[in-house]
Design a protein around this ligand. Sequence first.
Ligand code: 5GP
Ligand code: ZN
Length: 114
Amino acid sequence: MSDPNCIFCKIIAGQIPSKKAFEDEHLLAFHDIKPWAPVHVLIIPKLHIASLADIGPEHEALMGRMLGLAPRLMRELGVTNGFRTLINSGPDGRQEVYHLHMHVMGGPRPWSQG
Ligand code: 5GP
Ligand code: ZN
């Protein structure tokens, strides 16, 4: 359910501080520590799933929740002119943290990356 060596599981547990943007029973959203855009949040499931490559049919509702939260969060954070969503998976996908997360980025351009 959670991995004691996983940095995002530690954030969920409150062992590592984060600037939270949303939390419910299933999901946590917090601001990325190295933002690419004026608004850059990560949406993660509370369940430790290492990567998008590891999801199965049992995770479909959870994935729907993650995607559905993105536009709601952007609205709440004042993003009115569009946003990007990104899920990096595996080494060639340049995934750095192996706890499934969706980047959601918005705000006025230029951005530092993306
Ligand atoms: P990935 O390359 O795995 O898709 O992205 C991982 C993201 O997690 C990076 O954008 C990185 O800045 C962010 N990140 C890594 N460690 C922490 C942390 O301790 N706190 C926060 N808020 N973000 C983190
Ligand atoms: Zn984890």
